[in-house]
Design a protein around this ligand. Structure first.
Ligand code: FUB
Ligand code: ZN
Length: 594
């Protein structure tokens, strides 16, 4: 299936227009300034000396590359921007100037450890290479400028020589996967099949015995061949970038074994190991998946990059096999565990996205931070956010000869390409969607989200795999109304953390309670799922929710005889993505059920 490119779609209103404006007007500069202050861009000059306090971190190049990719996407969706282009071109000049005769570039290894190139699997050289390649492809597609692309082709040729042809590196596959999916993009940009084959080579090499032995370490997905994987284990971001590469290769080579593995992994993640917010990663130890149903709320690791990479994986699956369960996960991530990663003002970020914050709880264990920060020493998430939001429309549509699939609803219009389609909607503020199209397809297939119990369509339809298929004839207008009541959601009883608790959702959006609205001791607050729920003001773009909360009456002693005495109070819930925008505060997603 093909996709309508995000650069051919203009988001014209609603939540994503707001977020795209935020990235374009605020976040891209905010991240750039923090990266300059911390010398990440300067590192490209390769002029520092070993032992300098500003010695580039092993994956700073990936931070810069993701920022560059973001700038390219902003230019692809909006318009060329002299300032962004100058920063981009200057960075490319430095990268090209300082690449060695083979095309190798890494601002850390080139200066400090010339003799240790491709010796340390865990030190991110191939991960940085992958991000540089993605940035080069993005810039070429946005501007037609090919200097960076050519440089990255040379670098990829060198990687092919060292890893595939000579096998002269000290390791066989990327310790931090990412290159696999980047090479597929390079193949699409250049039509040079060697890059696709190199990606497949790395996918096939994963989990093979090294020096006669299979590793028992699942951190980098090394403990078995990828085709045999059943559960998602190890470092979440590594795993999910790799699963994206697997899905790409499964699609390009029509490889059913690999696709089956992708499907198994998707099921394992989304039915056993994912937070209701679409966050993944239950522990900061190894930033990893743990075991089925282990979803601690306060200690959730749920890195923003892990959410992004889950959306990327689900987005690939949604385009390979249109079943609404894939797009449902993209949607769950983008409105919740991804969006919580950036503050409402676009200037600060969460690395970890917990589902519970109790700042007053004094103990010595490690918990996620309670306030977003402008930069981290490990700052992979901010530039991942700035590249994801401008390109989000890439997830909206896919098509084959006879069907155009609408996976996501955003107020938008196509502005180029061969398919003309307009969506008029405030989704997800409400579920009213008007679609206007005049396309040369037999059907248009509209996703009916898994959260939606009832809907209306203005034309006859047939349901298949969660999509409503409407037959087209010429210019067509379709009105879709997705009923979007406020719902209480329970977790599987095996998620012991959530026993007796419910989460409130409206449409795809998860809600939370914050101390700043509701006072302290949120873990004590009960909600009557049959009570009255109303929509409130939209301080954070989407409406808040009002209901009655019940909490235990306070008493001085540590214990007392139990009773049913509750105090009632007006409970306010806000979209989860908006928590921690009003100072440090308690926050809770899973509330006690009365
Ligand atoms: O290792 C590079 C990046 O830093 C990973 O993708 C994130 O999970 C964080 O560990
Ligand atoms: Zn990250």
């Amino acid at each position: 299936m093909d996709k309508i490119k995000f650069s051919d779609i203009r988001i014209t209103g609603g939540l994503w227009r707001d977020k795209q404006d935020m990235v374009k007007n605020v976040t891209i500069d905010a991240v750039y300034n923090r990266f300059c202050e911390t010398h990440r861009f300067e590192a490209l000059k390769c002029t520092w000396k070993e032992g300098d306090p500003d010695c580039p971190h092993i994956f700073w190049d990936s931070d810069v590359a993701k920022w560059l990719e973001s700038a390219a996407y902003i230019m692809a969706t909006e318009e060329r921007d002299e300032k962004l282009e100058k920063i981009f071109d200057d960075a490319v000049d430095l990268i090209v100037k300082n690449s060695d005769e083979h095309g190798y570039f890494n601002s850390h290894f080139l200066v400090t450890r010339q003799n240790e190139r491709f010796c340390h699997r865990g030190e991110h050289e191939l991960y940085c290479a992958g991000h540089l390649i993605e940035a080069a492809v993005a810039y070429y597609e946005a501007t037609g400028k090919d200097k960076f692309l050519k440089a990255m082709c040379k670098y990829a040729d060198y990687i092919e020589q060292v890893f595939k042809l000579e096998k002269s590196a000290e390791f066989f596959t990327p310790g931090h996967p990412e290159l696999e999916l980047a090479l597929v993009r390079l193949y699409h940009a250049t039509s040079d099949k060697r890059y696709l084959e190199l990606s497949k080579y790395f996918i096939d090499e994963h989990g093979k015995p090294e020096n006669g032995e299979i590793s028992n370490n699942n951190y980098n997905q090394d403990d078995m061949p990828l085709r045999d994987r059943i559960t998602a284990d190890g470092h979440c971001v590594r795993a999910l970038y790799l699963f994206c590469g697997m899905a790409d290769i499964a699609y390009e080579y029509n490889d059913s074994g690999l696709l089956e593995a992708c499907k198994r992994l998707f099921e394992n993640i989304t039915n056993r190991r994912m937070y209701i917010t679409g966050g993944v990663g239950s522990t900061y130890m190894g930033e990893s998946f743990t075991v089925d149903y282990d979803l601690p709320n306060r200690k959730a690791y749920a890195e923003t990059c892990a959410a992004i990479s889950l959306a990327m994986f689900a987005g690939r699956m949604q385009a390979i096999e249109p079943n609404s369960k894939y797009a449902d996960i993209v949607e769950k991530v983008i409105y919740n565990g991804f969006l919580s990663g950036v503050s409402m003002d676009g200037k600060s970020f969460f690395y970890e996205n917990p589902l519970e914050i109790d700042p007053g709880f004094n103990n010595k264990e490690r918990f996620p931070i309670t306030r977003r920060q402008e930069i981290f020493s490990c700052s992979c998430c901010p530039p991942n956010i700035t590249r994801f939001i401008p390109s989000i429309a890439e997830y909206m549509y896919s098509y084959n000869d006879s069907v155009l699939y609408i996976h996501h609803y955003m107020n938008s219009e196509t502005v180029g390409g061969s398919i003309g389609i307009v969506q008029e909607t405030n989704y997800p503020a409400d579920g009213e969607i008007l679609i206007k199209c005049n396309i040369d397809k037999e059907y248009i297939a509209l996703r009916i989200p898994g959260w939606c119990k009832s809907f209306k369509l203005s034309l006859p339809y047939e349901m298949k795999n969660g999509y409503a298929f409407v037959r087209l004839s010429g210019e067509t207008e379709i009105r879709l109304t997705l009923d979007m009541p406020i719902e209480a959601i329970a977790a599987n009883k095996r998620v012991h953390e959530n026993a007796g608790r419910i989460a409130i959702m409206r449409g795809p959006v998860v809600y939370c309670a914050e101390g700043v609205d509701n006072g302290a001791d949120l873990k004590n607050v009960r909600v009557d799922i049959h009570g009255n729920f109303e929509l409130g003001s939209a301080e954070f773009l989407l409406p808040s929710i009002k209901t009655t909360g019940f909490r235990d009456a306070d008493f001085d002693s540590l214990y007392k005889f139990a009773d049913d005495a509750y105090e009632e109070f007006p409970l306010t819930l806000i979209p989860y993505y908006a928590f921690a925008n009003r100072g440090t505060s308690e926050m809770l997603v899973w509330l006690l059920k009365k």
